[in-house]
Design a protein around this ligand. Structure first.
Ligand code: 1GP
Length: 246
């Protein structure tokens, strides 16, 4: 399966030397469509939509329609907390396996349940290895992950390499939403060296421009910001411009 339009457009930006800012909104506690629109206007490259609990596909459909209504023209990519997040309104989906889950459901079961829907809806899939580091938060708990310790970047690197060897074109290093400590730059750098070709996405606990820049300097292609955009959109805009300034 070749990269689709959304993935190609993101890759073109990376090839042009840009780094990507991905705004995450959970339809259970959504960022207002107006705030999302202003962040896209300011340069956010895509909007990730998804969450772990209390979400139906109807909620996701409706939220994405509200985003469009508010003039959001960036790609909307489902970042699925489960099969219930799959929406016909999205442009693409991070088709993920939680590689360090101990539960076969999150490794392949959810994907089998989702695949016929994704095909039927014609959603563009971006094959992604999802790797939980450190804190893990709700994603780590629900996904029954064995989080990679903050202190062992070489393990993150091994997972990233495995993802690349299995043909995944993106790797998402996740510290968990609201993580007190983000993915360490050393883990980002180790994953980058181990999997040079993948689109390396880093998120969880990014609350400052310095943290975002450290991730990008270490080799992240894209950073994800959720909590800070919910709580303090102005601060999220500063993080965005720090990522884009480089
Ligand atoms: C969570 O990586 C994302 O899945 C974003 O985390 O909410 O901490 O920004 P934050």
């Amino acid at each position: 399966m070749k990269p689709g339009r959304v993935e190609q457009s993101l890759r073109r930006r990376l090839e042009a030397g840009e780094k990507l800012f991905l705004l995450l909104s959970d339809p259970e506690k959504p960022i207002s469509p107006e705030t999302v629109a202003s962040m896209v206007e300011a340069g956010a490259d895509a909007v990730l939509v998804g969450g772990s609990l209390n979400i139906t596909p109807y909620d996701v459909d409706e939220y994405i329609r509200r985003l469009r209504g508010a003039g959001v023209h960036a790609p909307v990519i489902i970042f699925p907390g489960g099969v219930s997040n799959i929406s016909r309104e999205a442009d693409a989906i991070l088709f993920m396996s939680l590689l360090n889950s101990l539960d076969p459901y999150w490794l392949i079961g959810a994907q089998v349940a989702a695949a016929p829907l994704v095909k039927r809806l014609g959603l563009e899939a971006i094959p992604t290895g999802y790797i939980i580091v450190g804190y893990g938060g709700a994603a780590g708990h629900i996904g029954r992950a064995a989080p990679i310790p903050y202190e062992t970047p070489y393990i993150a690197a091994a997972y990233a390499a495995a993802a690349e060897l299995m043909g995944m074109r993106a790797v998402y290093l996740e510290a968990g939403s609201g993580a007190p400590r983000p993915v360490p730059p050393e883990a980002v750098a180790a994953a980058r060296r181990a999997a040079e070709e993948v689109m390396l996405i880093v998120g969880g606990g990014i609350r400052s421009s310095e943290t975002a820049r450290a991730a990008v300097t270490a080799g992240a292609d894209a950073i994800v910001v959720g909590t800070m955009a919910e709580r303090d959109p102005q601060r999220a805009l500063e993080i965005l411009s720090a990522v884009k300034r480089r």
